[in-house]
Design a protein around this ligand. Structure first.
Ligand SMILES: Nc1ncnc2c1ncn2[C@@H]1O[C@H](COP(=O)(O)OP(=O)(O)OP(=O)(O)O)[C@@H](O)[C@H]1O
Ligand SMILES: [Mg+2]
Length: 259
């Protein structure tokens, strides 16, 4: 595999990426010839049918799985291992039940040997950023789903990632909490300048939040649609009730459903 990464604006550069899991020697192809780029500071949403390979794609982009073919470049270098600059949030918050909110957030810093004092100071900053002040010493069992998800977000942000990978982070939440989290996420995105790539099953979520929407085919996932979202920011709730929004939902839906 050649390892030439173009110098340029793209923070992530995905070139002819294919991935197969090996089940007893037989390759099980999950990603097929994916090509796309994510500019620094961009917000991409990724949609596709269940089981098509979205979480697998995130694992590759997090440096946890090496491509079987093709190449992934991060900041103009081949991505060969997990990077502290890349934060990953899974669908379930996965908090340690015996650690408080603050202690869950300081964990990645402790693992990397940051002093306790500094770790706590940074965790407190994140607590403020995700709107959890007053809950620093609460245990996960006493948090709502939305609050737990905020802690997971804060934990991913505490290392000040340049790239944030989100795997259906708001799926378990009720509609209102989810919409509140959209606001929070957009605020964090504006405030930190982090680049976001988010997997979601919600077409509305994708169109409300993202600059671009990628739609993947059923497994093995190929790129079906790469759609630029034309709504200016800040976006109001009203965009959801416009004919253009309906038209874009229709295009995404067709791309997901087409064979
Ligand atoms: N570690 C693994 N070993 C072998 N096969 C795997 C592994 N992880 C996932 N798969 C398979 O790869 C395919 C894609 O899985 P993946 O979790 O990436 O899909 P997904 O698009 O995230 O699905 P969902 O929308 O349901 O979350 C599935 O068929 C799954 O069974
Ligand atoms: Mg998944």
């Amino acid at each position: 595999m050649s390892a030439v990464c173009p110098a340029g604006k793209a923070l992530l550069w995905v070139h002819d990426l294919s991935l197969a899991y090996r089940n007893g020697g037989q390759p099980f192809w999950v990603l097929q010839d994916l090509n796309f780029q994510v500019p620094e500071g961009g917000f991409l949403a990724v949609l596709g049918p269940s089981g098509c390979g979205k979480s697998t794609l995130l694992r590759v982009l997090a440096g946890l799985l090496p491509p079987t073919r093709g190449q992934v470049c991060y900041a103009s270098r081949p991505l060969a291992a997990p990077q502290p600059e890349i934060g990953l949030v899974f669908q379930h918050a996965n908090l340690l039940p015996w650690r408080t909110v603050l202690q869950n957030i300081t964990l990645p810093l402790e693992i990397r040997g940051v002093t306790r004092r500094e770790a706590e100071a940074r965790a407190r900053e994140m607590v403020a950023l995700v709107g959890l002040e007053g809950f620093e010493h609460t245990l996960p069992r006493d948090l709502s789903g939305g609050m737990a998800q905020r802690v997971a977000l804060a934990r991913a942000l505490v290392y000040r990632p340049r790239l944030l990978l989100l795997d259906e982070p708001f799926s378990p939440l009720d509609t209102l909490t989810r919409e509140q989290m959209w606001e929070e996420l957009l605020r964090i995105w504006r405030h930190t300048g982090v680049t976001i790539l988010m997997v979601t099953h919600s077409m509305t979520e994708a169109l409300v939040l993202a600059d671009r929407v990628l739609v993947l085919s059923p497994r093995p996932a190929r790129l079906r649609l790469d759609l630029t979202v034309p709504f200016p920011r800040p976006r109001t709730e009203e965009i959801r009730f416009t004919p253009l929004f309906g038209e874009l939902v229709r295009r995404i839906r067709e791309a997901i459903l087409s064979g």
